[in-house]
Ligand binder design. Sequence first.
Ligand code: IFM
Length: 396
Amino acid sequence: MTPVPEGFLWGASTAAHQIEGNNVNSDFWAMEHAEPRGARIREASGDACDSYHRYRDDIALLADAGLNAYRFSFEWARLEPAEGAFSRAELLHYRDMIDACHERGVEPVITLHHFTTPRWFAESGGWKRADAIDRFAAYVAFCCEALGDVRWVVTINEPNILALFDHLHGDDADPTPDTATVAMAQLPMPSLAFARRIGAVHRAAVAVLRERTRAKVGWAIACQAFTPTPGNRARFDEVFHAWEGAYLAWSAGDDFIGVQSYTSQPVDADGPVPHPQSPDNTLTGWAYRPDALGINLERLWALAGIPLLVTENGIATDDDVRRIAYTTGALQGMEAAIAAGAQGLGYLHWSLLDNYEWGSFLPTFGLIAVDRSSFVRSPKPSLAWLGRIAAGVATT
Ligand code: IFM
């Protein structure tokens, strides 16, 4: 195995709405309970994993396995449930999560926005509001009061998927009764206008964080490891720009780029090619492509030259042996990219827990299973396996 740099982060990721439960003031909760609800929403998030109350157990399991980093998100809808009404009690809740990490020698990696927004923000125009930048910057400034000793902050999770959210969860979405499949090829390209708008929001958030904290700051981009089919280089360039390039441009000046990688897709004259049906496909319907991570890291390093933090990588499967096989392949790709010169800062697996996959609990990405009635956590063998990789006592 290629030695990883000193201080390399080995951990796992989650997001508030997917694990906390009862995020009742958020736009996604409203969508889950709308009549009729969006076709892609099979079930509501409800209590999720009840991590709002059980975060110390989650952090202990991660630390006991030998991992040294935990990425989790602050929930804007809890911290500012009504416009301008910030909740100090909720800020202290997240501060306690940070303390719980530090007590266990775990580096917290905080995401400030992971897909959901407060209902008041969404219902008054969301990111299209004329003052969206100011509203988000005010929220970020409030968060900074809890971030004094935090070293890693992700401003916005997957802005390029956020660009598609209306379509994904709106009434015009394709029904997917058994999974929360997000098949890129069935979606429109993210609009460049949205990239400009959310890019400006990101830059404003970075400025606030730089002024008020000592954290290293970046955002986390969903990377599709697109590859051109013969004769379709120009189309590939166009697709890559809309999906990733337009967001990479807004990363300039950041301390890192968060890389989120699951699968790879060829691009032909019509755009991204749908994942063909295959018994190998994951529970989200994506092609089984552990090599995607290496492709993404080498590409992003060559294009941006900004240090790379793998903020998400994993597989939706109910077979933990397969999870280990997939992750082994992905880590080999990461090691090869680092050996070729890419500056890798860490690897955070998606996800720590089997959680709410934006409409369904069926696609299980977790290193830890969660009983849906008792909330009892059962670590899978992959958790201890990743811990051994982190400790350097196992290799890929
Ligand atoms: O669950 C999501 C996460 O919220 C963002 N990145 C992709 C994951 C798997 O679909």
